[in-house]
Design a protein around this ligand. Sequence first.
Ligand SMILES: Cc1cc2nc3c(=O)[nH]c(=O)nc-3n(C[C@H](O)[C@H](O)[C@H](O)COP(=O)(O)OP(=O)(O)OC[C@H]3O[C@@H](n4cnc5c(N)ncnc54)[C@H](O)[C@@H]3O)c2cc1C
Length: 401
Amino acid sequence: MEFELTDEQKMVQEMVREFGRSQIQPLVKKIDEEKKIPDAIIKGLANLGLLGMTVSPPYGGAGADPVTVGLVAEELARADFSCAVPTFFLVQCAWGFILNKYGQEEAKQAILPWVTKGEAFIGIASTEPDAGSDVASIKTRAEKRDGTYILNGEKMFISGLKEIMNQLPRGGGYVTLAKTDPAKGARGISLFYVPLKGTTGITTTFLEDWGRKGISTGGFALENVAIPETYLIGEENQGFYYAMEGFDLARAIIAVVSSSAALSALHQAMDYMKIRKAFGQPIARFEALQFKLAENWAKLEAARLLGYKALWTYGLEQKGEKSRFETTKLCAAAKMLAPVFAFEAINDAIQCFGAFGYTEECPLHLALRGVRSYYWAEGTLEIMKIIVGRELLGKDFIAYR
Ligand SMILES: Cc1cc2nc3c(=O)[nH]c(=O)nc-3n(C[C@H](O)[C@H](O)[C@H](O)COP(=O)(O)OP(=O)(O)OC[C@H]3O[C@@H](n4cnc5c(N)ncnc54)[C@H](O)[C@@H]3O)c2cc1C
């Protein structure tokens, strides 16, 4: 067993830490208030080769391994514990990876270089107004007609919509789930890349979230949207399985992001505990606070390591050296624990600040609201438990069948 990073990974870690410290951290409040990641940060991430870094070099990516992606995400979350920048990063790493792996050459050439340059966003559009956890029950349809697919339906609670419509010069789009054979449930779902900006038949709505406000969410309706055949990702009716592969990667990164955001909050609390005095001594001397700190740190470190184990396993699974089931179980387990440990740790950290902790000036509420989004996004805590239970007990005991 080896916990040491390679020299290259250490270099990347150091580079992103410095970028985060100097370019992101000072702007975290502004990002939340203005509900937007500044263009300069997006350009900076692209210039460092971080956006869509899982994408292969011919399309501008670095072909980065999952552990290195985790290291980058960890540094971004350390800098922006509101989780907007790390989410902007991780969503594109996961779904850029899926398009890179299963997409057709023409689509990859047309889309991925803009993603890696930070000029377009790529995300995931699975959730619908009436179907979230139960992905197999989505209603969006795709019908093949004269060399195109015609899509009809609606997607909701989708990250990155404003970035595509209003911010990035080339817009972007979504790896989108749609039914090509509705009678077959999950086995009748296909994946398409749907470009959003300027596409006839798309209407968008924006939502106001109460956390990680720097990255938007919203919905879009598709009315007879024509998508070229080349934007079908992989084989028809296999989309559910490709999507699950993308979710696994996103979930493992989220585990690292949640732990890192919370550890960042813990460090701020520790600094405060050393200088704030009560009853004639620094509050850091009180065991009640130390014990909470110790417990939370240990839980976060455990969740962080489980996240890295999931990422490491994901990398091996891609080379055929680990099973898909083992990978899925670890990714779900990490995603099941980390956001909860993080939320509880940040809540305890805020407590150390006394009344100041309840003011807007104390920034930890940004982290609290940010990590809370991961109770749902990329699969809820409950669904993570169902996945882990399924992998432990076997398919005969699946509750939803
Ligand atoms: C900030 C944010 C960003 C998001 N970004 C995206 C995105 O970019 N793309 C995208 O496609 N989606 C996105 N989502 C949506 C997210 O994937 C869904 O919220 C999630 O899959 C749950 O779906 P739902 O909200 O419809 O809840 P539902 O599926 O309606 O579930 C409601 C509740 O019931 C629970 N539940 C459901 N089934 C079971 C069961 N069998 N056993 C026990 N409990 C169950 C759920 O866990 C949940 O607590 C985002 C969500 C958030 C909050």
